[in-house]
Design a protein around this ligand. Structure first.
Ligand SMILES: Cc1ncc(COP(=O)(O)O)c(C=O)c1O
Length: 437
């Protein structure tokens, strides 16, 4: 991988701040890629990592069990709730999604339904960089180099009330998009469909876009009626980021399978998990004995010890509850400061996962020309100002559209949130100005 030599070298971090080697401070308002959920350099987590490494870094899962991995699995089961009682660990989000896709296929194989091999997903969705996860993603720029080698998948309309499908009123988006799923299942034949995968709140490909009320309930019902499994990709929006531990909790819906990663280890270690229900587990264990997936580092002991420490802090300090409350505060601040900005078309999201869509014209929703690379420009201006936000382009049609995600660590104080919003407003103004010159 080539490195961008224009980037500064990282020096250290503390809480929501990071410093480069020149001594410049940055407010990490996006928690990196919506990952650093308890901030940087937490001593308790670092101690837990050291304690584990001093004993042993990694006990290979085919030879030993470990308390770290079993205690973390128990924590995940408890937090996920309902019948999501089973966990396969992996090393990040793409692997977690890959694991979910494979669990769905294995379930149908075990059920004797080998014809169910197809996945349905949505445009403007990001599920990861491994070939399977990339195949079900709707992110043109990242897929294009691999066209011809991707799995065939059905991609439905994005679910976005600010940019609804042509001719659909915002209030009808949930019904229209849910119907689209059912029509696609019927078109290809339910007996060929393994699962529908979606992000409950779209991240990297949309800019923190929650589905409207009733959408998740409707697709749950459609999946059930057609024997199609529901996979919730909660890699970015899950593990508390939206103010509930599972993002879909908000909708009162339980998926059959769910991917989690970023917030699980809080960025201290690479770790992901594919979580699945009793219903999915039953035939898999009965017919095959166990999920047939996994990697050398599955359940890495130090990774699990670090994530367990992160999750214990989230629980003890009630950080998910804090995100629910302070997410409302953050949103209010964003609305107050940017809600009437001539180049802010939409502010949306949930909890500490807020998206701001930048537009050329607020009235017509006309996006900026993609040649201006507005989201990247905003990131660059923010970076120069000592503010880190997460830029996402392409929400309109895969190329046009500019969004900025604000996703601070869950323990950011209200003063820090104020500072983020003030710096972001200044950054957006400067970025717009820079285009005029
Ligand atoms: C929703 C979602 N799924 C999967 C992934 C892939 O995760 P990773 O980059 O850790 O492989 C991401 C990464 O941004 C994501 O946002």
């Amino acid at each position: 991988m080539s490195m961008d030599t224009a980037l500064p070298f990282i020096s250290h971090g503390k809480g929501i701040n990071v410093w480069d080697e020149s001594g410049k401070r940055y407010i990490d308002a996006s928690g990196g890629p919506a990952t650093f959920c308890i901030g940087h350099a937490n001593e308790e987590v670092n101690d837990a990592i050291k304690e584990q490494i001093d004993k042993i870094a990694f006990g290979y899962r085919a030879h030993f069990r470990s308390h770290a991995s079993e205690d973390l699995a128990e924590m995940i089961r408890t937090k996920a709730g309902g019948s999501l009682n089973h966990v396969v660990y992996n090393s990040g989000g793409s692997e977690a999604v890959e694991g979910c896709l494979k669990l769905a296929l294995q379930y149908h194989t075990a059920q004797g339904e080998m014809s169910r091999r197809r996945f349905i997903s949505r445009e403007r969705a990001w599920h990861g960089n491994t070939l399977g996860a990339l195949s079900v993603s709707g992110f043109l720029a990242r897929q294009e180099p691999y066209f011809g080698s991707l799995l065939e998948a059905s991609l439905l309309s994005p679910v976005n009330t600010y940019r609804p499908p042509a001719g659909v009123a915002p209030e009808n988006v949930a019904e229209y998009c849910a119907n689209e799923l059912e029509e696609e299942i019927q078109r290809v034949g339910a007996e060929t469909v393994a699962a529908f995968i979606f992000e409950p709140v779209v991240g990297a490909a949309g800019g923190a876009v929650p589905a409207p009320e009733s959408y998740a309930q409707r697709i749950r019902d459609i999946c059930d009626r057609h024997g199609v499994l529901m996979i919730a990709d909660e890699v970015m929006c899950g593990v508390g980021r939206c103010g509930t531990w599972r993002a879909l909790e908000h909708d009162g819906v339980e998926p059959d399978i769910m991917s989690i990663a970023k917030g699980l280890g809080g960025g201290y270690v690479p770790l992901g998990a594919s979580v699945y229900s009793d219903r999915v587990a039953e035939p898999i264990f009965r017919v095959h004995g166990a999920p047939i997936t996994g990697h050398t580092f599955t359940g890495h002991t130090t990774a699990c010890a670090a994530a367990l420490a992160v999750q214990k802090i989230m629980e003890r300090d009630q950080l998910v509850e804090k995100v629910a409350t302070d997410g409302v505060y953050l949103r209010q601040k964003l609305e107050e400061t940017l809600g009437q900005h001539p180049h802010v078309g939409d502010i949306r999201g949930r909890g500490f996962f807020q998206g701001i869509e930048l537009v050329e014209d607020r009235e017509t929703k006309e996006p900026f020309s993609p040649n201006l690379t507005m989201s990247k420009r905003t990131f660059d201006t923010g970076f120069a100002n000592g503010l880190i936000v997460y830029p996402t382009p392409g929400n309109v049609d895969g190329r046009k559209g500019d969004q900025i995600i604000v996703a601070p660590p869950y323990n950011a104080t209200r003063e820090e949130l104020d500072e983020i919003v003030a710096l972001l407003a200044k950054t957006i103004d400067q970025t717009v100005e820079s285009c005029a010159t």
